[in-house]
Structure formats: structure tokens, C-alpha cells
Design a protein around this ligand. Structure first.
Ligand code: NAD
Length: 496
């Protein structure tokens, strides 16, 4: 697949991104600007759907449930999803261009993770839905005959998909694909920060022949805008949301009146545990990835790094040395790290850098913004930062920052490491670095998280359960778990 070059134009330059409703591209009366985090330039205007447009999208989705889509067989539906994946790959360079324009992430990340995973999500859920079996129970009846119970998987109905900006295409398709594979119709709302790859997906859905109203796209913000109108709409049956824990809480309140099914993938304050018996080189390289990937804007990133005392100084010194060498720059600059998503988010992360100092932390590297002397100074770049010396109850150790920053602290025993890792209101992921096989299994199980990696980080098999405990989410997605959320099982009991 061809990679875009700087000569490839951003696909929507000078346009207003429309919504897709009932198979029609519709420009809203109101719009907002989509700006580049690399240099602050305006990329395009984006239609902002109001409550009336959101209502049209939901009604289109409801009507489509009863149309040709509802009559397709499972293999026919899955064949359509595969066409969507093919079409994403045919327009690969455009998808990558759209994603790097909105996010500023490196070409390497967008072309090796975000867009390929988007296409893979459609294929994986087509395969999984086709392979799904259903339960069957034979029973005896009082009259001495019997009955056969079997279950069928029916769609839930109209599903609202609300996605964040950090892995925009990957996370949107992670929910849209299984929702469609299970026969639902979808109204999707990407983040206001990253509307472009979703706009391309809307075009691809049309090109692949997905019937009108099956996939609808609305753009806009959360409160008082398209997001709130969608999650409080009485005709939406289920909400699949990824974003901040506080937003999850607000959505839960909006959804309560109509008792919608909810799947929430929320924030994290993840720990990495590095034991003295770890393969040091692997632990260092893995921790660099787990702290600084996507400029620290992955829900799975490690913001707390605990290192066993005998190797603490050596490990931290090497980590700091590598962090100082990270090259910061725009998507086409062979950089290791791009900018944060926006100036507003940079202000939030910088406020934590200031707070770390106020909380008596020692900034070992970074702590500010880089200066380029060119247009990138109008972007949202920030320095990778490592802090030590904070108390475990400091706000910087307890709150999700969502930037390229971690706090490093030593531990003296396995028990203490487990306690420190679990002493948080979040529970998404943990990374454990050790060469002791028994310890690896023992510690992994004790992590109060949805995911525990041993000797790696962000190694994903799409069939496995994905999600968090505590403030990090409700329910699991991935594999059979997604199919279960996006389906209503119905038991059919036949007297024999
Ligand atoms: P966010 O919560 O600000 O926004 C996410 C989406 O929700 C956006 O589309 C936004 O417009 C919408 N939204 C906001 N308020 C709403 C409301 N009241 N009603 C309906 N919709 C609303 O999150 P973000 O800043 O885009 O993303 C970063 C956050 O997402 C971090 O906390 C990160 O940890 C989390 N995240 C979690 C996972 C996971 O799988 N657990 C994955 C990625 C990101």
C-alpha cells in the first residue's frame, strides 16, 4: 500500500465536512474549524449537527433496520464488511493523510497501526461473527416428552458510537465493525478534534454499497451539541463509548432515562513494574514505548513506572537518556514523537508539569515546550518528561495526564510493587517486566486491571477481552465480548 508524501494534499482542504444521514451527505448550517496540531493552520470546516440533525440520523438508522439491511443473511453482511476493508486499503494513502493531518501523529504510527487496524477491524469482526455458534439445551418436560432450547443472536437496534481523538480511526471502527456485523445500524460521532478519517469512512461505506441509513455520521462536540443529543435520544438502544471517565459518567446520566445498554472504555493511570531480574534492554525499550507512544496519548500508556531498587538508578538514568534523544517533529519528519492533539490539551499537560514541581517532584528531563524557530512553534508540541520524587498521593501520581510523561519510583518487594500499582482509582492496563516465570503469572493475576502484559506492551489479539475495571470502564469489547454487547440473545423453546 502506498504511503502518502508531503505532496499528497489533505483530502478535505478548503471544504466543509458533511454529515452522512440516510445515505445523503448533508452540510449543517453551523460549522466549526478543524485545525492542525502541527502548525495551528485551519485544515477545513466541519458541519456541527444540532439536535434536529441527530434526530434525523437516528430515525434513518431506525428505518434502515427494517429495510434491505435487516433482510441480509449473516454471510451477506460479512461480505459487505470485507468490501469496506478492501476499500479502506484501496484509499490507504488518503486515510493516512487524513489521520496525520488531524492528529499530527507520525507517518510510521498512522501507517503501521491506526489505518491498518481500522481495515483489520472490519475483517476480524466479519470472521468472528461468521464463526459464532449459539447455545442449545435439551430439557425434559413434565409430560415425559421434551423440549429443545436454542438461542439466536438478534441486533440490539440503533447503536450510538462515540469515539475519542487519540486513535481516531482505530477506535471508531473497533465499535462500528462489530455493531454492523451483528446486524445493528449505527450513528457514529467522532471527536470534534479528529473528524477526517470518519468522513472518509462515510464515503467508503457508500462506495462499498452499505445500504442507506445503516451507517450514519454526525459531527460535533459533546455537551450541548451532537454528542449529548445522540446519547440522550430515546430511540438509541445502546451506546459504545471511548473517552474520559468523567465523560462516561455524564453519558451514563443522559442515558439513564431510556435505560440504554452501555459499553465504556475510559481513562487509565497505568503502572509499569520493572523487576531487577528483567531483561533490561527489553524493559527499557518497552517502557519508552509505553510512556511516549503517540505522544503519551494512548489510554494504555504507563504514567507510573515502578522499578525494583537495585536497578532503579541505572534504569532511570538510561530512560532519561533515551527520552532526551527522542526526536520531536511533524508527521513527515522521521520523528519519534509528534505533537499533542491541540493547544488546549497542551495547556492541560503543562499544568501537570507545573503541578509536579509544586508537589516537590524533580523533573529529570523535559518539563516544557520545544522551540523550532518555524511554523511548528504555532503547533502543540511538548517535551517528553520524566519526574521522580513525588509522594504516592500527589495529584500527578493519581490523575490521568494523557501526555508524554511518567513518574518513576523505586520499590523494595513484590508485595509493595503490587500494592503501589493497584493503589489507584483506575484499572485499565499494567506492564510487568521480569524473567521469573512464576512471578510473571503471580503478579499479572494480582493486577486490578482489565489487561496485564508480561514483557511487552500494547500487544493485541483482537479476539481477547479489552476494557478496564474501576474508573477505567464498564464491560469488555474484543472478540466474543463485542459480539455479545452488540447482540440480543433470544431463547427459542420448542416442545418436542
Ligand atoms: P472525551 O471524553 O473528552 O471525548 C470523547 C468523545 O466523547 C468525543 O467524541 C466527545 O465529543 C464526546 N463527548 C464529550 N462529552 C460528551 C457528552 N456529555 N455526551 C456525549 N458525548 C460527549 O475524551 P478524549 O479527550 O477525546 O479522549 C481521551 C480520553 O479517552 C482519555 O481519558 C483516554 O484514557 C480515554 N481513552 C480510553 C480508551 C480505552 O479503551 N479505555 C481508549 C482511548 C482513549
Amino acid at each position: 500500500m502506498r504511503l502518502p508524501t508531503p505532496a499528497d494534499p489533505y483530502p478535505f482542504a478548503g471544504t466543509q465536512l458533511p454529515c452522512l444521514i440516510g445515505g445523503e451527505f448533508i452540510r449543517a448550517a453551523k460549522s466549526f474549524p478543524n485545525t492542525s496540531p502541527v502548525n495551528g493552520a485551519e485544515l477545513c470546516a466541519v458541519s456541527e449537527a444540532d439536535a434536529a440533525l441527530v434526530d434525523r440520523a437516528v430515525q434513518a438508522a431506525r428505518t434502515a433496520l427494517r429495510g434491505p439491511w435487516g433482510r441480509l443473511s449473516l454471510p451477506e453482511r460479512c461480505a459487505l464488511l470485507r468490501k469496506v476493508a478492501d476499500r479502506i486499503e484501496q484509499r490507504f494513502a488518503q486515510f493516512v493523510s487524513a489521520e496525520i493531518a488531524d492528529t499530527g501523529k507520525t507517518l510510521r504510527e498512522a501507517s503501521s497501526l491506526d489505518i491498518p487496524r481500522g481495515a483489520a477491524n472490519f475483517r476480524a469482526y466479519a470472521d468472528l461473527a461468521l464463526a459464532r455458534s449459539s447455545e442449545c439445551f435439551e430439557m425434559g418436560t413434565p409430560d415425559g416428552r421434551g423440549a429443545l432450547n436454542y438461542s439466536v443472536h438478534k441486533p440490539v437496534g440503533v447503536v450510538a458510537v462515540i469515539a475519542p481523538w487519540n486513535l481516531p480511526f482505530l477506535l471508531l471502527t473497533w465499535k462500528v465493525a462489530p455493531a454492523l456485523a451483528c446486524g445493528n445500524t449505527v450513528v457514529a460521532k467522532p471527536s470534534e478534534e479528529t473528524p477526517s478519517s470518519a468522513a472518509l469512512l462515510a464515503e467508503v461505506m457508500q462506495e462499498a454499497g452499505v445500504p442507506p441509513g445503516v451507517f450514519n455520521l454526525v459531527h460535533g462536540f459533546g455537551p450541548g451539541s451532537a454528542g449529548e443529543a445522540l446519547v440522550s435520544h430515546p430511540d438509541v438502544n445502546a451506546i459504545a463509548f471511548t473517552g474520559e471517565s468523567a465523560t462516561g459518567s455524564a453519558i451514563m446520566k443522559s442515558a439513564a432515562d431510556s435505560v440504554k445498554a452501555l459499553s465504556f472504555e475510559l481513562g487509565g493511570k497505568n503502572a509499569a513494574l520493572v523487576f531487577a531480574d528483567a531483561d533490561l534492554e527489553a524493559a527499557l525499550a518497552g517502557t519508552m514505548r509505553s510512556v511516549f507512544s503517540n505522544c503519551g496519548q494512548v489510554c494504555l500508556c504507563s504514567e507510573r513506572v515502578y522499578v525494583e531498587r537495585p536497578i532503579f538508578e541505572r534504569f532511570v538514568e538510561a530512560l532519561v537518556e533515551r527520552a532526551r534523544r527522542l526526536k520531536i517533529g511533524g508527521p513527515f519528519e522521521q520523528a519519534d514523537m509528534g505533537p499533542l492533539i491541540s493547544r488546549a490539551h497542551r495547556e492541560k499537560v503543562l499544568s501537570y508539569y507545573r503541578l509536579a514541581r509544586a508537589e516537590h517532584g524533580e523533573i529529570l528531563c523535559g518539563g516544557g515546550v520545544p522551540s523550532f524557530g518555524d511554523e511548528r512553534d504555532r503547533g502543540a508540541f511538548i517535551e517528553p518528561t520524566i519526574v521522580r520524587g513525588l509522594a504516592e498521593d500527589a495529584r500527578c501520581v493519581r490523575e490521568e495526564i494523557f501526555g508524554p510523561v511518567c513518574h518513576v519510583a523505586p520499590f523494595d518487594s513484590e508485595e509493595q510493587a503490587v500494592h503501589m500499582a493497584n493503589d489507584t482509582r483506575y484499572g485499565l492496563a499494567a506492564a510487568i517486566w521480569t524473567s521469573n516465570l512464576q512471578r510473571a503469572h503471580r503478579v499479572a493475576r494480582q493486577m486490578e486491571t482489565g489487561i496485564a502484559w508480561v514483557n511487552d506492551w500494547f500487544l493485541r489479539d483482537l479476539r481477547t477481552p479489552f476494557g478496564g475495571v474501576k474508573l477505567s470502564g464498564i464491560g469488555r469489547e474484543g472478540g466474543a465480548h463485542s459480539l455479545a454487547f452488540f447482540s440480543e440473545p433470544q431463547n427459542i423453546c420448542v416442545k418436542l
